[in-house]
Design a protein around this ligand. Structure first.
Ligand SMILES: [Mg+2]
Length: 260
């Protein structure tokens, strides 16, 4: 699965209607997923951020292509919310008051995810310049064929088993990056979760992650290209510490707000 945090079924605000089947399709205004999903699915700003990320990647790649490299060049990308848009799964979970995990396997098998804005043009541009693309994702191995079909039908380059590295025994991505590094110079990495870039960001400790992002600030926009994901990710599990079910997240996050 592409997410670590497990979400318990959403309790609805109008609990007195809980036995009524139709109520399960009512979206609670308190659902913390609602606003971030509205942002990624409807705002022009979300799309602009994605284009900004991939435009930056292209500028950097043009510079990198002028340099001398000993090994062939590679770009490593995450899949979910980096090149493929799976937010319809989260939307379905919010609408039905349940967890994305109920729909995830079916969604992967359908292979109908659309491309994240800018991803396809950038990776096709990279391929035209003989840069190979490796897809390092924490999707499960059982979804490999459907994932490749989805990527291929959209026109993504290198959508084959040699370039697809799904989750093995661990969610850690460095061992898979190390395999690529044996034969390639990884010149850019793209991801929506900082764990897509370096091991230090696998941490669930907020202070560790925030210190690392300051220490490594020079890498953002130069080697590492970050896509926005306000819906889910390591940032959220680090904040919630796996304590809160979705219905409790609003109060939990409110208690964490910094005012003046
Ligand atoms: Mg991702």
């Amino acid at each position: 699965m592409h997410r670590i945090i497990s979400k318990l079924p959403l309790l609805l605000v109008v609990v007195s209607f809980a036995s009524c089947r139709s109520v399960s399709h009512t979206v609670s205004s308190a659902d913390p997923m609602l606003q971030p999903l509205a942002f990624v699915q409807h705002s022009a700003e979300y799309k602009a951020l994605c284009y900004q990320a991939y435009n930056t990647a292209r500028f950097r790649l043009d510079e990198i292509l002028k340099e001398v490299h000993e090994k062939p060049l590679a770009i490593v990308v995450d899949i979910d919310e980096t090149v493929l848009d799976n937010y319809p799964v989260d939307a379905k979970a919010v609408i039905n008051g349940t967890s994305f995990s109920e729909y995830w396997d079916t969604w992967v098998d359908m292979g109908v995810a659309q491309a994240v804005p800018g991803a396809l043009d950038f990776l096709q541009y990279a391929a035209q310049h003989n840069v190979q693309v490796f897809y390092i994702s924490n999707r499960e191995e059982k979804g490999d064929e459907a994932t490749l079909r989805n990527l291929k039908e959209l026109g993504f380059p290198d959508a084959d088993k040699q370039h697809l590295m799904l989750m093995d025994e661990s969610t850690a991505k460095q061992p898979r990056r190390d395999i690529v590094l044996q034969d390639f110079d990884i010149v850019l990495l793209c991801g929506d979760n900082l764990a897509d870039f370096a091991t230090v960001f696998e941490s669930d400790d907020q202070a560790t992650r925030n210190k690392a992002v300051v220490d490594l600030q020079a890498d953002f926009g130069t080697r590492w290209i970050v896509l926005p994901n306000p819906v889910y990710g390591k940032w959220k599990s680090a904040l919630l510490q796996h304590k809160a079910a979705r219905v409790d997240e609003v109060d939990y996050m409110k208690a964490k707000l910094k005012d003046y």
